[in-house]
Design a protein around this ligand. Structure first.
Ligand code: G3H
Length: 478
């Protein structure tokens, strides 16, 4: 049983009493790469109990000390970037260089979070009563930000490390304890990342990492009475969680169908470069990927040609070889993507390349002349397939964008800043990028989706604030 990675609780690495394991399939080889413990509901209960106790003393630990430990963890994380990146390559088929970048970016995020935390949590407010009608100056109100308690963090497979630390670091600096449920694909990278926090010397029980089957412990975790906040990134599961969760603050980042609106006056080389980068990096498996191009008819032929020639330079193959396009995360994901492609084929979209698939590896594909009756016009492939819809007016583009059930990000390409601002105001998304493809980072920028794309706002500052609550003390004078 030595080859099953242990889970982390109470400052120790443990085997589950279930005696069972969850297999992690390498998307490239489609064979079992690693195994992790299939934890039980009793083990979840135990973790929650310990997290609650550990949080009490952590909240009393001076803020500067909490920050110091986070800085230490950030340094260790960066020192461990090679083995963690190797796990990402094997578990989620992320290209080798991007895997390294994910870990380094995560270390930087943890450090930034420590710095931001000491600043914003070091301040409170002071109010006096006589500004409100009918009051004398007899009440002084002091406020500060206090932790929520136990934060449950559930990151997705596409950034198992980075989207875990973007929840862990704000939770810890704010004085919360943290229970991490990693995605199955990416669990080993997460365990290794947690090991870095362990080495940094955080108190026992403050951080736990519990692995297992969603069907066994998923709902049990998210509906657990010991949880005081849930921060989730992923797909539709988030909608189910938000319906079942109790009276706790939720931070949800779900899917997207980010539109790229191209106007006639845009720099078309910049457009093409951003469509390829935005649409195909990590094989389109980013919630912020460009997922539909809405291009003005008059420049559409030129844009499509420029995108096609750039796509021809993309390398396709193994993540170990740092190819641009690598196998998508699972066979079911590849089948779903193929379903969207076949639907577009039946409905006569123009295939700019031949559709090709080997195992989970799907060749990058641009679909031109997509119409609203095709599934790909609305659904999120989470793969290297990008639809182009030709539009006759800006209004048509905005209408398509806003008719989506998603509202994460969008982008506009034009040299007319006035038009760009008007379109940005009209787009119902959490963020609009002008003259660049959508992206979450830099990680201190606010990041949020509306409609089915999410609840609340992320980004370092917003996450710290979200994981705290205002506490008031009022001094009443006679
Ligand atoms: O997949 C969702 C991520 O939050 C997107 O992050 O824009 O840095 O790729 P990214």
């Amino acid at each position: 049983d030595g080859d099953v990675y242990k889970y982390y609780a109470d400052g120790e690495w443990k085997k589950s009493s279930s005696g069972k394991a969850v297999a992690i399939t390498n998307p490239t080889t489609r064979t079992t790469q690693y195994k992790v413990q299939a934890c039980t509901q009793q083990e979840v209960n135990k973790v929650m109990e310990i997290a609650k106790i550990a949080q009490k003393s952590w909240a009393k630990t001076p803020l500067w000390k909490r920050a110091e430990l986070l800085h230490k963890a950030a340094g260790i994380l960066k020192e461990h970037k090679i083995p963690i990146a190797e796990a990402l390559v094997k578990e989620i088929a992320k290209p080798a260089k991007d895997s390294l970048t994910e870990v380094v970016r995560s270390g930087d995020l943890v450090s930034y979070c420590a710095e931001e935390g000491v600043r914003i949590l070091g301040e409170g407010t002071f109010l006096v009563s006589d500004s409100f009608p009918g009051n004398e100056r007899t009440k002084y109100c002091l406020t500060s930000k206090i932790p929520l308690g136990v934060v449950l963090a559930i990151p997705p497979f596409n950034y198992p490390v980075n989207l875990a630390v973007s929840k862990i670091a704000p939770a810890l600096i704010a004085g919360n304890s943290l229970v991490l449920k990693p995605p199955t694909q990416g669990a080993v990278a997460c365990l290794h990342m947690v090991h870095c926090f362990h080495l940094a010397g955080f108190p026992k029980g403050l951080i736990s990492c519990i692995t297992g089957k969603g069907s066994e412990i998923g709902d049990f975790l998210t509906m657990h009475p010991g949880v005081n906040c849930i921060s989730f990134t992923g797909g539709d599961t988030g909608i189910a969680i938000s319906k079942k969760a109790g009276m706790v603050p939720l931070q949800m980042e779900l899917g997207g169908k980010d539109a790229c609106i191209v106007l006639e006056d845009a720099d078309l080389d910049l457009v093409a470069a951003n469509i390829v980068k935005g649409g195909f990096s990590y094989s389109g498996q980013r919630c912020t990927a460009v997922k539909v191009v809405l291009v003005m008819e008059s420049v559409a032929d030129e844009v499509v040609e420029k995108v096609k020639s750039r796509m021809a330079t993309l390398t396709i193959g193994r993540p170990e070889d740092d190819c641009d396009i690598t196998p998508v995360v699972s066979e079911s994901s590849a089948n779903f993507i193929e379903g969207l492609v076949m639907d577009a084929k039946e409905k006569e979209a123009t295939f700019c390349q031949e559709y090709k698939r080997e195992g989970n590896l799907i060749w990058p594909l641009l679909l031109d002349n997509v119409r609203p009756d095709m599934r790909i016009a609305w659904e999120e492939p989470f793969g290297p397939v990008l639809p182009v819809i030709r539009i006759a007016s800006i209004e048509e583009g905005i209408h398509h964008c806003n008719a989506s059930n998603f509202g994460l990000q969008g982008c506009i390409f034009t040299n007319d800043i006035n038009k760009a601002m008007l379109i940005s105001d009209a787009m119902e998304t959490g963020t609009v990028q002008i003259n660049s493809s959508p992206a979450r980072g830099p990680d201190h920028f606010p990041f949020q989706g509306i409609k089915d794309s999410g609840i609340g706002s992320q980004g370092i500052t917003n996450s710290i604030n979200m994981m705290t609550k205002v506490k008031s003390t009022v001094i009443n004078l006679p």
